[in-house]
Design a protein around this ligand. Structure first.
Ligand SMILES: [Zn+2]
Ligand SMILES: [Zn+2]
Length: 238
């Protein structure tokens, strides 16, 4: 596998495992205990990083060093900070380090990373905000790369035709019509594409925006997804 290609599309789980591996070695280094980088990489590859080569695990560790350096934290000596690390990866690693409590929360710092923005907003919401925020008069655009999947327009069209303007999740009419007169329903993949779900009518449902977000974000998302399998006969588990 060539290193560049193998660095595309790391999941949150893979990045999280890399950060945890890095933090483990950092702790050993600080305690002046010896460790073997290759052995640690192999250990990670027995778990969450089974799809990654030794070279790409090493590169990922050097990405983490780059984030540490940028934050004025001392990185592990054995991992020279990688150059030209993509801004999306930097934000994602930073977010994991925030979640692990390694770097200080800067909850009011602006960010273009939607997940980080949401994490910060959620934390800020836990305390009453005493002064009205000033906000940003002219938000700067940033261009990012993100993973998207090639999908079949016929699947999307068929599923929507089948739904005939009624959400397959809650059975309620679509909340509004589009300019072209079609009812607005979103096509959701019951087993997510990011989890290697297929783009077939046996894995796709037409949902109103509320039900769609419920599948992704609600505390009852697993039970709700189960109810879709029970309710919609054409769905097949993958
Ligand atoms: Zn619905
Ligand atoms: Zn979805």
């Amino acid at each position: 596998m060539d290193t560049k290609k193998s660095n595309i599309g790391w999941s949150d789980e893979e990045l999280g495992a890399s950060v945890d591996g890095y933090l483990k070695m950092l702790k050993l280094e600080k305690a002046k205990q010896s460790f073997n980088k290759t052995a640690e990489h192999e250990l990670l590859r027995e778990g969450a990083l089974s799809a990654r080569s030794l070279a790409s695990v090493d590169y990922r560790m050097r990405n983490i060093s780059a984030v540490f350096e940028a934050l004025n934290h001392r990185p592990i000596a054995g991992y020279t900070a990688a150059n030209n690390v993509g801004s999306v990866i930097i934000s994602r690693i930073r977010r994991i380090l925030e979640q692990r409590g390694i770097i200080e929360y800067q909850d009011n710092a602006p960010t273009s990373d939607e997940a980080l923005l949401e994490l910060r907003a959620t934390r800020l919401q836990s305390e009453p905000i005493k002064t009205k925020p000033e906000g940003i008069t002219a938000p700067q655009p940033v261009s990012t790369t993100s993973t998207s999947y090639v999908r079949d327009p016929e699947v999307r069209a068929w599923v929507r035709q089948q739904a005939a303007g009624v959400c397959e999740g809650c059975g309620v009419l679509a909340p509004f019509n589009l300019d072209n007169g079609q009812p607005f329903l979103e096509v959701h993949h019951v087993k997510h594409l990011a989890r290697k779900g297929s783009d077939r009518i046996t894995n796709a449902v037409a949902l109103c925006p509320n039900c769609h977000q419920r599948c992704h974000r609600s505390s009852d998302r697993d039970a709700f997804t189960e109810s879709l399998y029970a309710k919609i006969g054409r769905l097949a588990r993958e």
